[in-house]
Structure formats: C-alpha cells, structure tokens
Design a protein around this ligand. Structure first.
Ligand SMILES: Cc1cc2nc3c(=O)[nH]c(=O)nc-3n(C[C@H](O)[C@H](O)[C@H](O)COP(=O)(O)O)c2cc1C
Length: 336
C-alpha cells in the first residue's frame, strides 16, 4: 500500500508521526518509534523557561570574569545523560537524527517573542528536519485581550522563522475564539504546518488533601472530534500542511483524520498506553481499511469528507449541532 506523504515539504514514508511525548526522551526511545514504522518523530518540548534560565546562567558566568561568552561556555561541566536542560536536548537531537532514517523534529514551547527563539537555530544545526513551535498560552489574566493572544502567536512564529531555514510548524491551542482566522493569519505569516490541537494540563483539586494536584490523563478517541472538525474546515483553505493530534487509538482514527483532510496524523497517548510498537498496529489498520474500501493511495481519500472551500462553514457546524440535538431530544440517550 502506498502511504507516502509530504508534510511541510518533508517526504515521509507514511503519514503517522510520533508526537512530542516522554517516549522521545532517549535515543533508544526515538529508535523504537522509528523501528515501529512511524513516518517522523517529534521530540518532547524544550521550554522557554529552561532556555531563559540557561541564558541567565551564561550571563552570570560571563559577568564573573570570563573574557567572552564563548569562553564562558567552557565552564560548564560535561552534559550528563540525565540532565534535562537545553544542552542535553541538542545532544539527544543530534544523536537521534543520526540514528534513524526518518525526520526528527525539534519542539520548542514558549509564549513570548524573546531571545530564546534563537534556540531554534541550534536545533536546526543539531539536525532537526523541522521545528515545531508549541504555543501553550492560557491567558490567566482577565486583562489580556484575544487580539493580544493572537498577535503573540504571529510574533513568536516570526522570531523562530528568522532563526531557521528548516520548516516551522505551529501547534495550536483549541482555546482560541476564532481558530479559523488564527490559522489563516499564521498561514499568511508563513507557517509551514499547523498542528491541531495541543492538550492542556488542567490541574485538579483533591478535596481530601485540600490541595491542587497535577492532572494529565491520556486521551480517548472522542476527543478527536474537535480537532477533526477544524481539520475538515481548514482543508483546502490554508497553504500550510495540517497535522492532526489527539485521540488516535486505532487505525480507524487515523483514517478519519485523513478523510477530514489531515496531511499527517500524530499520536502520543496510544503509544504511551500500548508501547511504541503500537505504531505498527495503527499503520496496518490504516492499510487494511484502505484495501477494504478500495483506496490505492492517500491522495484518493485525503479530505474526502472535508468542508468544501466554497461551502458554508457555519451551516456545516450548525447542521451537526442541530442534528445532534434532534437525536438527543428524540430520546437517543434515554429513557432516563
Ligand atoms: C505525557 C505527555 C507528555 C507530552 N509532552 C508534550 C511536549 O513536551 N510537547 C508537546 O508539544 N506536546 C506534548 N504532549 C502532547 C502530545 O504531543 C499530543 O499532542 C497530545 O497528547 C494529543 O495527542 P494524543 O491524544 O495522541 O495523546 C504530551 C502528551 C503526553 C500525554
């Protein structure tokens, strides 16, 4: 079965990508993912805060009497394998890119258009085939306007683009007031891909211990409906590649995202739940489904169930909403 795919200019042997997760924290982890058959691997994210801390430390050492910034770097001890910071990340990236035949994508998580964005260049130099920019910004302050949040995305993208020549993807939050317009603005600003959507860490409250506790469960296929709806709406309307992320558990979930119009489909939870080798199950499931349906290549099916660019997007959404309500009112979930 021909599963070859182009994703933001990268030639992939199939459209399944291992998205950022702890599975890519070691070279062995990346190798396992590649051996299981994924078309590309996105490394876990390096955070703006980590980069700022390292920059502050470099500046402190430079102030403490070294003659040049470059010299000050030599004051750092050798990087230990378990050291979680930026240097270890670059080393991991370099060794992973050398170890596997599929593209390895670096991931940066940040929200301000600051100097840390230059780090994208270091990722490129270490062998990243592309950079994924993970903008996880939840505006906690009620004084921040939606326009400011959106502008931040465009500004951070511009800074990262200035730093690299490899393609840049933007991983978006589902919590934007007009996802379509944001996607269009990022597309016009030159984003090579849009990754829909990030999943957020939403702390819980433990009523017994009276404490706020971290909560980050793995996803379920029902959560794929929101990103799938947006992929269907954006397919054919933006030049950027579209990557789907969230809720892929079986080959059928990969197929549904492709039918909606995704160029590639990412997975993290299922690989964490079942092990990296589950990638093979997803790919075999996709191929079997294509054979059953009589598709010989992805081009024949990609976007088949997207919203036509000249279609009425609001009517499409309303139709789904209204028919779902009608079903509910007709007793689909009852009797209570
Ligand atoms: C344990 C865990 C760690 C993750 N770490 C990152 C990360 O470092 N950077 C990132 O962009 N996304 C990260 N993600 C999000 C995933 O890449 C993915 O977008 C999200 O989980 C939705 O896909 P899924 O339903 O296949 O898990 C993480 C997800 C999980 C479950």
């Amino acid at each position: 079965m021909d599963l070859t795919t182009t994703y933001m200019g990268l030639e992939l042997h199939n459209p399944l990508i291992a998205s950022a997760s702890p599975l890519s924290q070691t070279v062995d982890g990346v190798r396992r993912l590649a051996d299981a058959g994924v078309g590309a691997v996105v490394l876990y994210s390096l955070f703006e805060e980590q980069l700022q801390r390292e920059a502050a430390e470099n500046a402190r050492l430079a102030d403490a009497g070294t003659e040049s910034f470059a010299e000050s770097l030599s004051y750092f001890p050798e990087v230990a394998e378990e050291e979680p910071g930026p240097r270890r990340y670059l080393s991991l990236l370099e060794r992973s890119a050398a170890a596997v035949a599929v593209p390895v994508i670096g991931s940066l998580n940040g929200i301000t258009p600051g100097g840390w964005t230059d780090y994208a260049r270091a990722m490129q130099d270490a062998g990243a085939a592309a950079v994924e920019l993970n903008i996880s910004y939840l505006p906690g302050s009620p004084s921040i306007s939606g326009r400011d949040v959106e502008q931040r995305h465009v500004d951070v993208l511009a800074r990262v683009q200035d730093a690299v020549t490899v393609p840049v993807a933007v991983k978006l939050s589902p919590h934007l007031s007009s996802t379509g317009e944001m996607a269009r603005r990022l597309d016009e600003a030159g984003a090579d891909a849009l990754v829909l959507f990030n999943r957020f860490l939403q702390p819980d409250i433990d009523e017994e211990t009276l404490a706020v506790v971290p909560a980050f469960g793995l996803s379920s296929p029902a959560e794929a409906r929101l990103p799938r709806t947006w992929i269907a709406l954006l397919h054919g309307r933006v030049r950027a590649s579209l990557a789907a992320t969230t809720g892929v558990e079986g080959g059928g979930d990969v197929a549904k995202y492709l039918l909606a119009g995704a160029d590639v489909v990412m997975t993290a939870s299922a690989l964490l739940r079942h092990g990296p080798e589950h990638a093979r199950v997803l790919l075999d499931g996709l191929s079997d489904w294509m054979r059953q349906k009589g598709f010989a290549s992805l081009d024949e099916l990609r976007g088949m169930l997207s919203v036509a660019p000249d279609g009425d997007e609001t009517a499409h959404e309303r139709a789904g909403y209204v028919s779902a309500l009608r079903e509910a009112n007709a007793g689909a979930y009852g009797p209570w």
